[in-house]
Design a protein around this ligand. Structure first.
Ligand SMILES: [Cu+2]
Length: 196
């Protein structure tokens, strides 16, 4: 078993034991009522500091995580738009909408569409026949994003490519006999798109 799984299960066991001990201690300690009325006043005094503590934790969490939200700021995107049309058994990509089968055939056999590196690219994904799954992978086979390609709908996928290179879209929806060889290609380049 790889080391990370062993570490995870060990951590899980240690944390489980700690949680169990805390609960058990609490359970035993509360079996007898505490004498004296001051006890409740003391507890009540802690409420406000506890509220402030939770508030600070919440705000810290928001400040640390909100800028990493996977959505670009409003009005700043997209830097490029790519239209994607799926059809048995290829994805056609272009900077202009692909609405006819002739255009789809032409674009599915053409040179890969070029998009700029380090910019927000919006993929407008649809299908000309059945449901397909449009999934973008980098050269190492890492999944960058995916959406459904559905007839009659346009699904938007926003991707920022960190490195230039050839990125491949695979179909993630079993769509027929040759589903396994359904591909689309995106070329990520340094310069920006000439046409938008
Ligand atoms: Cu498919």
């Amino acid at each position: 078993m790889p080391a990370i799984q062993v570490l995870a299960i060990s951590l899980f066991i240690v944390l489980s034991v700690i949680i169990f001990v805390v609960y058990a201690t609490f359970l035993i300690s509360t079996r007898k009522p505490v004498e004296g009325a001051d006890y409740y006043k003391q507890v009540a005094k802690l409420r406000f500091p506890f509220f402030i503590l939770l508030l600070l934790l919440l705000l810290t969490g928001l400040v640390l995580t909100l800028p990493k939200f996977p959505y670009p700021p409003k009005g700043k995107f997209p830097d490029a738009v790519v239209y994607v049309a799926g059809k048995q058994f290829a994805f056609a990509l272009d900077t202009q909408p692909i609405e006819t089968e002739d255009r789809w055939k032409e674009r599915s056999e053409a040179e890969p569409v070029k998009v700029p590196v380090g910019k927000w690219v919006e993929f407008r994904v649809t299908s000309l026949d059945v449901n397909h799954g449009f999934s973008l992978y980098d050269e190492n086979g890492k999944l960058l994003g995916q959406t459904q390609a559905m007839p009659g709908y346009v699904n938007r996928l926003f991707v920022k490519f960190e490195k230039p290179g050839i990125y491949t879209a695979f179909c993630m929806e079993l769509c027929g006999n040759s589903h396994h060889r359904m591909r689309g290609v995106v070329e990520v380049v340094e310069e920006t798109l000439s046409q938008k």
